[in-house]
Each structure stands twice: as C-alpha cells, then as structure tokens.
Design a protein around this ligand. Structure first.
Ligand SMILES: C[S@@+](CC[C@H](N)C(=O)[O-])C[C@H]1O[C@@H](n2cnc3c(N)ncnc32)[C@H](O)[C@@H]1O
Length: 266
C-alpha cells in the first residue's frame, strides 16, 4: 500500500498541509542566461570604493537630474504614493523615520504627506546633488503649504554602509532602490538593522533578478537581487520578511516592479 509522504520544506522539515512555504524556503531558480547577458556587471568588476565614486558621479550629474522625471514616467511616484496612502505600508505610530538614498525625494515626499504630524523624518543620500534636489522639492512652497503638517525633514549626505546614526534610533525605515548599488547587500542591511529599533519596520524596494531588473541594472549600472537569497540574508540579520507587497495586482501577476517587502526587526 502506498502512503502519502508529507511535503517537505528546503531544510527537510515536514510542512503541514495548507502551510504556506515562506519565501526563504522556496527553491531557488538559476538566473536565466538572457538576464545574465543583459545585466550590467560593472559593480563586480571594480572595487567598492571605485564603484561608489561612480554612483556618486552618476547621481550628481545629468542622470540624477532626470531621476524624478523617470520616476514620474515609470509611475513609481504615483504608485508609491498610493501604497502609503492606502496604508499597505502603514506609517501610523512611527515616530522617527529614516529614508535611505532619498534621491530627489520621491519617497521622502510621501513620508511628509502620510506620516503622523510631528514625526521626525531624516533623509540621506550618498550624492550631495540628490540631497539638494530632494530638499528643494520638499521645501517647495506649494508642496509645503499643502502637505507638511508639522513635519520638517532633515537632510544628510551619508553612505548606507557607514551610517552616522546611533544604534536603534529609528522605528521606521524606507529604502527605495538603493541596495542594488551595493556589491553585497549585507554591507547595507547590517547597518539598517543596527539603526532600527527592535520591533521597528522597514519598507524595502529593490531590483529583482528578472528580465526587467536586468534592463534596470544596465540603465543605472547597478546589480539585481534574488528574492529568496535576500530574504535569507535578512533573516540572518534579524530582519524578518513580514509581507511581500506589490504596487498593483497587475504587478503581482506579471511579477513586475521588483522586490517590495515589509520587514520587521526581531
Ligand atoms: C534609484 S535612486 C532611488 C531614489 C528613491 N529612494 C526612490 O525610491 O526613488 C538611488 C539613490 O540611492 C543613492 N545611493 C546609492 N548608493 C548609496 C549609498 N551607498 N549610500 C547612500 N545612498 C546611495 C543614489 O545616490 C540615488 O540617489
């Protein structure tokens, strides 16, 4: 007589029927050949110092100047706003929020709009040019008059791998499309874990290792991440993936928009 064996997770633990396999446990797929060909490899060919200088120069220059327009055209601005407005990532109750790699203030502006009145918002970026652009857009008279409700963000030029902030000083972090500018995610995630208070939450968005991600990497000379490997690394650093998010149901069906996840620090 045949007996049905229980299904097993990656580490051999028997899964109860109906139990969902966590993103960490799902089997990893090998990167498709075409994606490997398209993906930019500059980040792996030079030292981190050299790469970081290149990133700074790119964002200080003309490419950085058109970043907010690109985000507008790709609907990143609109859909990010919707995600926070609809509380898919809920900012209520957050007292000290850190926006990592704020760029031209694409996410920082949503934070000013949807955080609790009086919440502290700190925005930082490696590129001085981007910090200047973000500050200008947030302090724009019209935007300020309509949206700032006692929230005056602070701006800092800093490197994600060496943060000038004390341990556990934030209860919320947003990190949009910055991690892909590090050769090794651990360099940035370890710092984010250090400055995030226990129980604090993080909204992490990054480029995924699929065809769309490979093209993004070519355009911005960055890398891509494998969802399962990134989840496993986060877990190792005490950053648990609570909820995978998608901009819309269409993004979920098409697996588009990259990795977008709500994380909680243990
Ligand atoms: C694609 S933009 C993202 C902007 C914004 N967060 C968003 O979601 O649209 C990436 C930003 O990360 C910044 N960046 C790259 N490497 C960084 C690092 N090591 N530390 C801090 N910022 C970094 C770049 O200067 C750039 O402004």
């Amino acid at each position: 007589m045949l007996t049905k064996l229980p299904r097993r997770g990656r580490k051999g633990r028997a899964r109860k029927s109906g139990e969902k396999r966590s993103v960490v446990d799902r089997p990893r797929k090998r990167k498709k050949v075409l994606n490997r060909i398209v993906e930019n490899s500059f980040i792996n060919r030079v030292s981190f110092e050299e790469y970081r200088e290149k990133v700074r120069a790119v964002y200080d220059g003309p490419q950085g100047a058109v970043l907010s327009t690109c985000s507008f055209l790709s609907l990143h601005t609109l859909l990010g706003d919707r995600m926070l407005r609809k509380r898919k990532f809920d900012l209520r109750g957050c007292k000290q929020i850190l926006d990592v790699g704020c760029g031209a203030g694409q996410i920082s502006r949503h934070l000013v709009k949807y955080a609790d009145p009086g919440a502290g918002v700190t925005c930082f970026d490696l590129s001085f040019g981007m910090v200047r652009r973000a500050r200008r857009r947030i302090n724009h008279q019209q935007f300020k008059a309509r949206h700032a409700k006692g929230t005056t963000p602070g701006f800092v030029v800093a490197d994600l791998t060496r943060l000038p902030f004390a341990d556990e000083s934030f209860d919320c972090i947003t990190c949009g499309y910055v991690l892909e500018h590090l050769p090794d995610a651990r360099l940035g995630l370890a710092e984010l874990s250090r400055v995030l208070a226990p129980g604090g939450r993080m909204l992490l968005l990054t480029t995924e290792d699929n065809f769309g991600g490979a093209w993004t990497s070519r355009l911005w000379r960055c890398r891509t991440y494998n969802r399962h490997e990134l989840a496993a690394l986060c877990k190792e650093l005490g950053l648990l993936w609570k909820k995978e998010l998608w901009y819309t149901s269409m993004h979920k069906i098409l697996r588009a928009g990259g990795i977008c996840v709500e994380i909680q620090k243990e």
